[in-house]
Design a protein around this ligand. Structure first.
Ligand code: MG
Length: 163
């Protein structure tokens, strides 16, 4: 049998309902909005998807395993902690972050004016250059819960490598 390759890919996905009166924090950046993702932590959907992509790349369990939503001490927590935990878990196994690429699916709020700041914030959390972070935004063209502005979802992929 051939040895395994010195790189791996992982994917992550997360979706939260959008509700009035919640802060909208994506990638660690507070986005002006009259609705925000509902959730147990700060509900940073983007960081949750990234953390699962990182963990998945190394064949580890999902973020619910490390941060169960039954743990009341995690209420309102900064999801940057979740991403840093994912990075430290894979780093401990000898992996480094190659790049992440993300798609934000949302009808509202408007994401594009905030992408540069979100990329900087995510790069800082991951300890990589801004050029190793891709973030795109799209809508669901008025279809389904996302298209009707009732939910916000993020898809993520992450490449890790032996470094
Ligand atoms: Mg989540």
């Amino acid at each position: 049998m051939l040895p395994p390759p010195p790189f791996r890919i992982g994917q992550g996905y997360d979706i939260h309902p959008l509700v009035a009166g919640r802060a909208c924090i994506l990638g660690g950046v507070k986005i002006p909005s009259d609705v925000g993702p509902e959730g147990h932590s700060d509900a940073d959907v983007l960081l949750h998807a990234i953390a699962d992509a990182i963990l998945g790349a190394a064949g580890l369990r999902d973020i619910g395993h490390y941060f169960p939503n039954t743990d009341l001490t995690l209420q309102g927590m900064n999801s940057g902690v979740i991403v840093k935990k994912a990075v430290s878990e894979v780093t401990a196994l000898g992996w480094r972050i190659g790049n992440v690429d993300l798609v934000v699916l949302a009808e509202r709020p408007k994401i594009s004016p905030h992408i540069s700041e979100m990329k900087k914030s995510v790069a800082q959390l991951l300890g990589v250059e801004v050029g190793q972070v891709g973030i795109k935004a799209t809508t669901n063209e008025g279809m389904d819960a996302i298209g009707q502005g009732k939910a916000l979802a993020v898809q993520a992929v992450c490449l890790i490598y032996r470094g």
